[in-house]
Design a protein. Structure first.
Length: 260
């Protein structure tokens, strides 16, 4: 069993002002899209100019934050929302959903595409190869916060999390950081090294993330307020990832079929 590193979730505290590691991870993700997006926007097949990347990041950040919060409430805490709708605004209590944030980004890119005179998919194709950096950083933030830990296990790398009781558990946040962050970034970087048909990068990212998330959910504890949805193993994360896998695969194959 490995020892869980005791890292203070608060990076810097200046009086009442506190900067958390988790918030810093969001900034890392947005900064990565801004910096690397500038380079991608310089490519001949880019639908937008480098000067538009700053606005793209702004729209994308709004989509991630608003969509992530609304998605968490609707997917994971809807019953409490019905009894107390104000929890939607109690962001200090935590609660963000990747799937909600993803949908928020699609909506944001639809609006931004109207402004730029290009399609939503052309913009999400720019973001798709860069998003894994933020995804991986976010999972590291979950690990530092001692949240979203895994199921009890006796593997040599198991850890006892401060908020997870006395049992040793899978460090599922690190599994996700590797799969959704490192491995997905490599896959997308290799695939997008040359021009690809519109919708291809977005479809591949959806498919790969959905597969990785579905797999890791077997090692991650289900949300306590939901438990297993069916069959004593199906979690909300898997239920939400299944359409991603199907739609992502269909988009990828359709994009290449049209190109052919």
């Amino acid at each position: 069993m490995l020892s869980y590193p005791q890292i203070d979730p608060v990076l810097i505290a200046i009086g009442p002002l506190k900067i958390h590691w988790y918030g810093l991870m969001y900034l890392i993700g947005f900064a990565a899209v801004w910096v690397l997006g500038q380079k991608r926007a310089q490519l001949p097949w880019s639908p937008i100019k480098p000067s538009a990347i700053e606005d793209l990041v702004t729209f994308g950040a709004m989509g991630v934050i608003l969509g992530g919060r609304v998605g968490y409430i609707l997917f994971y805490n809807f019953s409490e929302f019905i009894s107390d709708p104000t929890i939607l605004f109690k962001i200090w209590q935590g609660g963000m959903s990747f799937h909600g944030g993803m949908l928020g980004v699609f909506v944001a890119m639809w609006f931004f595409g109207k402004k730029q005179g290009c399609t939503m998919m052309q913009l999400t194709d720019i973001i798709a190869p860069l998003a894994p950096i933020g995804l991986g950083a976010g999972r590291i933030g979950n690990f530092i916060n001692s949240e979203l830990w895994g199921r009890p296990t006796d593997v040599p790398w198991a850890m006892v999390f401060p908020n997870g009781g006395p049992l040793a558990r899978h460090p599922s946040q690190l599994y996700e950081a590797f799969l959704e962050g490192v491995l997905l970034f490599i896959i997308m970087r290799v695939y997008t090294n040359k021009p690809r048909p519109t919708m291809g990068p977005t479809g591949l990212a959806l498919f790969c993330y959905g597969c990785f998330r579905f797999f890791v959910e077997f090692y991650r504890m289900p949300d306590v307020q939901l438990g297993y949805l069916a069959l004593d193993w199906l979690t909300m994360g898997q239920a939400l990832s299944t359409p991603m896998i199907i739609i992502g695969a269909a988009m990828f194959m359709w994009a290449h079929k049209k190109a052919a």
